[in-house]
Design a protein around this ligand. Structure first.
Ligand code: IMP
Length: 232
């Protein structure tokens, strides 16, 4: 059975033929179709508005996803593990268990070879508990100094729970840490991460370019392929 939310039904055109009354009424069902994934709404377990914006852009209107604040959840989501995979699962499980939503969560880390993989799973609070993105960036630049080997990668793990079943997807992008910050777009370590094959940092690129090559884009591509392959 299809249940239509009235406010989502939009009349596009009404043709009127003299003597026959209203003839065609075309209803725009697109928003309704977009609001479900295989018949279910998916909640993205994040409070990060940048990530939400990226993921909505990546989904390109194909599926509608809502962030936590959009469904009235303001919880601080726990992130207590030592690996990206465990943290992504923990976040998705928290929302599914407490609120019963089919949902997904991601966890991302920047792994710098010359720093033995740090900040890695500690990327969010690398410079301390209440640090800013800028504090984190300054800390890695300071630790690297003039180090020649500046190889690094972003790695994202997405964990999805649908009807109680768990599935994970991973994406990485290789690159290097620049000597200085460049660009004002994006967030986090974007001003110092230059992906391999490009001469701009993520923070200098438009969102549409970042979203073609990023770690999150790659993980999400696998996620969407899976959703499509399991569509009824
Ligand atoms: P999270 O735990 O997945 O929220 O990510 C941990 C931290 O990694 C964030 O606080 C950011 O500092 C950083 N991060 C995650 N994704 C990106 C990105 O796309 N660009 C730059 N930094 C990112």
């Amino acid at each position: 059975m299809v249940v239509l939310a009235l406010q989502e039904v939009k009349i596009i055109t009404t043709n009127y033929i003299k003597g026959f009354g209203p003839f065609f009424i075309l209803i725009n069902f697109e928003p309704i179709l977009k609001s479900t994934i295989n018949g279910m709404k998916l909640i993205f377990a994040t409070n990060n508005k940048h990530k939400l914006e990226e993921i909505k852009d990546l989904l390109n209107g194909k599926y509608m996803v809502q962030g936590l604040s959009e469904v009235g959840i303001n919880d601080e989501i726990p992130e207590t593990h030592e690996t990206l995979e465990e943290n992504a699962i923990e976040k998705a499980e928290y929302i599914f268990t407490k609120y019963g939503f089919n949902c997904f969560a991601d966890d991302t880390g920047l792994e710098i070879d010359a720093l033995d993989g740090r900040p890695g799973v500690y990327s969010a609070r690398y410079a301390g508990t209440n640090c800013s993105f800028d504090d984190n960036v300054n800390k890695i630049l300071e630790e690297l100094g003039q180090e020649q080997n500046r190889k690094a990668r972003f790695r994202t793990v997405i964990a999805m729970i649908r009807d109680g079943k768990l599935k994970t997807f991973e994406g990485t992008v290789e690159g290097e840490i620049t000597l200085i910050k460049s660009g004002t777009k994006g967030f986090g370590y974007d001003p110092v991460f230059m992906p391999t094959g490009y001469n701009q940092t993520f923070a200098e690129m438009t969102l549409s370019i970042k979203n073609k090559i990023s770690h999150r884009a790659k993980a999400l591509e696998k996620f969407i392929d899976y959703l499509n392959s399991t569509a009824e």
